[in-house]
Each structure stands twice: as structure tokens, then as C-alpha cells.
Ligand binder design. Structure first.
Ligand SMILES: [Zn+2]
Ligand SMILES: [Zn+2]
Length: 608
């Protein structure tokens, strides 16, 4: 007789929840724990890990079918729809998969759901590569080349998928991904970009190289021209690995309308996925695809549950930071005797400086040294940045550390040689060393880059420029957050409407006794669906209330909202907020006057 195992749904549910909290835990570890319990309760037999995994994925798949019937959208961020401020695309090279013999390459249940279908991606890659010969390296900035992170290393030969390229929104929702097979080539972000044409900004790691490449490609492949409409920027966490001029031109911080886009949220996702990689690297292709989708959906669900808190605390933080930043800007202006008009001029100066070339070098030799010094400096910064982000593979880590030491030595040699040149400002070796050892890689401006026409050096101007940009972005961020809160409310409202329509349609069918139920269901099944829909409706309404209550609390200083006082219970954090306010009445007044949020249309109607 064949042995059969019955799994309780609740067990799968627990496993699913556990995988979201502890993505590195394997199925084997979980079933070992179950075996332990079997023993403890005096039963016999073992839980088969393979059978458990298979059944679990089937269970998850059935759930996702049910979710589709309820019109849930697990890979959509409610705060970003319909209008998205920014999407970040980034490669995660920890999500590789080991090659194993005799493994079926069958697609999983979720092929093409979160991870795009390989065939679709590869035909796009072929098309792009056929149109424009690819540039040598993706991870480069300025005249320097940085290949450490992108080269398909020897180790990669033992791998099938080399990693995953993912698209993430400002709130850390996982939106879409694809498998990488040939290192981090530009065609991958381009493929993902196609999916998010409505986003205002696309943030990535090497924008300065990607944009010219995209231009070239869309000249040949005209159907890709719309991709140029999006505004490009460097994601904040990658900006460190670029040279100073590049940072000024491309950093998200310096783009009007970007708000304080994409910071720690993307890093959080990255570290979550890296933890997932601990188990997915040993899986078969189909199981990996499915598990990664389960992880993505679980992650998004968690994000969605906390979205109202995330948005409102972000708003609160932004208001506070904005006040601080404005104050420091004023202080800095005073210190440098810089009037508002002068500040405007300095902003222009800095931008001009960033897009200008260097001052003419005294000789060809000198120019050569300059290029090599700049390149070495950026290269060291990039390697350090890489180490900071990828800290799991020890061998590689060591190699790169050695490389950094080597490059540092050549950099200092080159600087010494440069300083021996007859005419030309010498480089301050001490400050270079200091800047390199600094964790928060400061911007380096070389003597030949300086452009000192009015007695103020460019570094001082840039300091004020940076601060002003921060103030401007924080101001935008407030507006963006209000809009996102509204979009989130509207999304919930739309979801309620959808569920209600579905309910009405099915109920009508049952009432009239017509035999054509939606989805080709039987009457029994339709009744089941009705109860699921009712449950979802209840859940959505509850969510609406919590969200509206939270947002109302945080946006309270705005007069538009005062009239609309609901009878909802105060939430805990709101109480915290009000008690803080009592302590410091002066601050409270200041916040009240400073928060001038323009609400474009009636929030009151959306909130209820
Ligand atoms: Zn979002
Ligand atoms: Zn760059």
C-alpha cells in the first residue's frame, strides 16, 4: 500500500508565514522540526521533505487562484498606483542557482508571475544586442572602468541562473524580476523598464552609462523610444560609487520632483532577497521560481499590512527632517555670507561645473595622470561600496580587499608623480587618504577640476548646493506622501467597489436561477465564492478605516481635515504624538505653521 500523508492547511500557512519572517530556513529544517514533534507526542514515522514541499507549493498555487477570483493584486503597490514616482531596478547576484545534473527544467506554477519567463527575456536580450553592440562593461563611471561586480566569473560556470534583476517601488514592494544569465547587462534593466513606463523616475546603479546606451538602442529599435521619456537617476545607495561630477548630474537627490526617493526601502528588499538566496540556490529551477514568488508575495503582503504606518511615519519624519535641513541651510548660508540670490547663482555654477570638462592640462603626461588618478579613486570607492553591499563570499571579499590595497598604492604613486610635474596645483595626498578611509565616501574634487572664478571654491558651493537639494527634495516628499496616502485610500475604495460588483453579479445569478455563473462555476461553488467575497469585503473595510484614521491623524494640522472628524478610536502612535506635543508647545506651533501641504482634491471624500 502506498503511504499517504495528510497535511493540515494550517501547517502550510505557518510555513508560509515563517518563510516570510525567516526566509533562510529550509524545508528540511522545518520538517526536521516536525519530526521532533512527532517523537515528542509519541507517534512514529517521518515527514517527507519533498512531499511536504510539493504539497506546500500546490497549496500556495491554489491560494493564488483563489486570490485571482477575489481580484487581489499581490504584485502591485497600492500607494504607487495609478501614479508611480519611482521604480528602482537592481541586480541581486546572491540569488544564483547551482547547476545540478538530471534536473527537470520544467516551468513552475508561477512561471512569468513575478520572475519573467526566461524565453521572453532572452529574445528581448537578443533583439537589443543584435541592434547595438553591447558596451564593454556596465558598471563604469566616467572614464574609469569597474568590472569587479559584473564580469561573469569562473565560478559562474557552475551556476545556472547567475542572479536576479528586480524592480522595486519606493515603498519596497517587489514588482517584477527576471533571471540573469550573462552578468549584469543593460538589456535586463531595459526589459524591466518596459513594464513600468508610467513611472516618473527610474533609479539604478549606473545611470550615467545606461542612458547613452538606451539612446543608441532606441535609435535602432524605434519601439523602445518611449523608454526615454522616463527620467533617470542614480539610486541613493549607488551614488557613492560614482565620481563627483556624475553624482551631481545623476543623483536622485538632485532631480526635481524625485522627493527623497528610494533609500533604505530598497536596501531592505535586497537583504531580504539575499536571505532567501540561502535556500533557493540549491533548488531546482521550477521550485526556485515558485519559492521566490512565494517570498515576493509574502514580503509584499507584509509591506501592505504596514503601509499606512510606513507612509505616515515617513511623513512625520519628513516634516521633522525638512525643518532641520532648512535650519542648517540657513546656518550654512550665514557662515558663508551667501544670500538667497547668491545661492541661486551657486546652484547654477555647480551644475555648470558638473557638466563641464576639466581645465586644460599643462601637458599630455599631466592629462594622462589626471585621468588615471580620477579613475583609480572612483574604482577604489566602487570596490569599497561593493564590499559593503556583498559581504557573504569570503574568498571574493579577500581578493577585492587586496585589489583595493593595490589600487590605493598605485593611486598614491600616481599622485606623487603628478605632484612632481612642473606647473599645476599639487594634489593634497593627506586629504585623499582621509577621504578614502572615510566610510561615507565624500566627494573628491581634484585641483584640475576646480573652477574658481569668484573667489569661492567649488567644494563650498557644492556643500550648499547639496543642502539646498536636500531641502527641496524633502519639501517635495511631503507632497508626494500625501498623494500616495490618497492613492492608497482610492485603491482600497476601488477594491471595495470591485468586490461589491462581483458580489452583486453572482447574487443576481443565484436569485434569478440562471445557470450561467461567472467562471463556469456551479451554484455551490458560487455560494462559496460569495462567502469569500464577503470576508474580503469586511477585511477591506476594516483596512479602509485604519488607513483613513492613521492618515487623518498625521495630516491633522491641515485645515481641510479638521472639519471631517470621524468617531474612530485614536491609535496608539497618535497618542504618543499628542503627548510629545504637550511637552513642547513651541515646537508644536512651529510644525503647525510649517506643514503647508496642498491637497489637490478633496481628501475627505477619499478617506471615507
Ligand atoms: Zn509603492
Ligand atoms: Zn557615473
Amino acid at each position: 500500500m502506498q503511504a499517504q500523508t495528510l497535511f493540515h492547511q494550517d501547517l502550510f500557512h505557518s510555513f508560509e508565514a515563517m518563510k516570510t519572517t525567516a526566509p533562510g530556513m529550509s524545508v528540511k529544517a522545518f520538517t526536521a522540526m516536525l519530526d521532533q514533534r512527532t517523537k515528542w507526542f509519541g507517534r512514529t514515522g517521518k515527514v517527507n521533505a519533498d512531499a511536504f514541499q510539493r504539497s506546500f507549493l500546490q497549496y500556495v498555487y491554489c491560494n493564488s487562484e483563489e486570490d485571482q477570483l477575489l481580484e487581489k493584486e499581490p504584485l502591485v503597490c497600492p500607494a504607487c498606483s495609478p501614479e508611480t514616482v519611482a521604480v528602482s531596478v537592481d541586480g541581486n547576484r546572491k540569488l544564483y542557482r547551482f547547476q545540478k545534473a538530471n534536473q527537470s527544467e520544467e516551468p513552475g506554477f508561477f512561471d512569468g508571475v513575478f520572475l519573467s519567463q526566461d524565453s521572453e527575456v532572452s529574445s528581448f536580450v537578443e533583439e537589443v544586442r543584435g541592434a547595438v553592440k553591447s558596451t564593454a562593461g556596465r558598471a563604469m563611471c566616467g572614464e574609469s572602468q569597474w568590472t569587479a561586480a559584473r564580469e561573469t566569473s569562473k565560478q559562474a560556470n557552475k551556476l545556472n541562473e547567475e542572479g536576479v534583476e528586480i524592480a522595486v517601488c519606493r515603498h519596497g514592494f517587489l514588482l517584477k524580476g527576471l533571471n540573469m544569465y550573462r552578468g549584469e547587462i543593460f538589456a535586463y534593466p531595459m526589459f524591466l523598464q518596459k513594464e513600468f513606463q508610467d513611472a516618473a523616475f527610474l533609479a539604478m546603479d549606473v545611470t550615467c552609462r545606461y542612458v547613452p546606451y538606451l539612446e543608441k538602442v532606441s535609435e535602432v529599435l524605434t519601439h523602445l523610444q518611449p523608454l526615454q521619456k522616463i527620467r533617470h537617476c542614480l539610486s541613493v545607495m549607488h551614488a557613492k560609487a560614482h565620481n563627483t561630477k556624475c553624482k551631481i548630474l545623476w543623483n536622485a537627490r538632485n532631480q526635481e520632483g524625485a522627493g527623497t526617493t528610494l533609500g533604505e526601502e530598497v536596501e531592505q528588499v535586497d537583504s531580504f532577497l539575499s536571505r532567501c538566496a540561502l535556500t533557493t540556490k540549491y533548488m531546482s529551477k521550477s521550485v526556485r521560481t515558485d519559492m521566490l514568488t512565494v517570498h515576493a508575495i509574502g514580503w509584499n503582503q507584509r509591506k501592505e499590512n504596514g503601509l499606512h504606518i510606513a507612509l505616515s511615519s515617513r511623513f512625520k519624519k519628513t516634516v521633522e527632517n525638512s525643518l532641520d535641513a532648512t535650519e542648517s541651510l540657513k546656518k550654512m548660508q550665514d557662515q558663508l555670507h551667501c544670500s538667497d540670490d547668491m545661492l541661486k547663482q551657486w546652484v547654477v555654477d555647480v551644475k555648470q561645473w558638473a557638466s563641464s570638462g576639466n581645465a586644460a592640462a599643462s601637458s599630455v603626461d599631466a592629462r594622462g595622470l589626471q585621468i588615471s588618478i580620477e579613475a583609480l579613486f572612483v574604482s577604489i570607492c566602487q570596490k569599497k561600496h561593493y564590499l559593503y553591499r556583498q559581504n557573504d563570499r569570503n574568498k571574493r571579499h579577500q581578493k577585492i580587499t587586496q585589489k583595493i590595497a593595490k589600487e590605493k598604492k598605485s593611486l598614491l604613486d600616481e599622485i606623487q608623480r603628478y605632484n612632481q610635474q612642473p606647473d599645476g596645483d599639487p594634489v593634497d595626498t593627506h586629504s585623499v587618504v582621509q577621504k578614502l578611509s572615510n566610510k561615507a565616501a565624500e566627494s573628491m574634487i581634484w585641483p584640475w577640476q576646480e573652477q574658481n572664478t569668484d573667489g569661492v571654491d567649488i567644494l563650498a558651493k557644492k556643500k550648499l548646493f547639496d543642502q539646498l537639494m536636500l531641502v527641496l527634495r524633502l519639501t517635495e516628499e511631503k507632497q508626494i506622501l500625501v498623494k500616495e496616502m490618497m492613492q492608497r485610500c482610492q485603491y482600497l475604495k476601488d477594491s471595495v467597489a470591485k468586490v461589491q460588483t462581483l458580489l452583486a453579479t453572482i447574487s443576481d445569478c443565484i436569485k434569478t436561477g440562471s445557470k450561467c455563473y461567472p467562471n463556469g462555476f456551479t451554484e455551490e461553488a458560487s455560494k462559496g465564492l460569495i462567502s469569500l467575497l464577503k470576508r474580503r469585503l469586511h477585511y477591506l473595510r476594516l483596512k479602509q478605516q485604519t488607513a483613513a484614521c492613521t492618515y487623518r491623524g498625521i495630516l491633522q494640522p491641515t485645515p481641510q481635515l479638521v472639519e471631517d472628524e470621524g468617531e474612530m478610536e485614536e491609535m496608539d502612535w497618535q497618542r504618543d504624538l499628542s503627548s510629545e506635543d504637550e511637552d513642547d508647545d513651541e515646537d508644536d506651533a512651529e510644525v503647525g505653521t510649517q506643514v503647508t501641504v496642498v491637497i489637490p482634491f478633496d481628501l475627505t471624500c477619499t478617506l471615507t
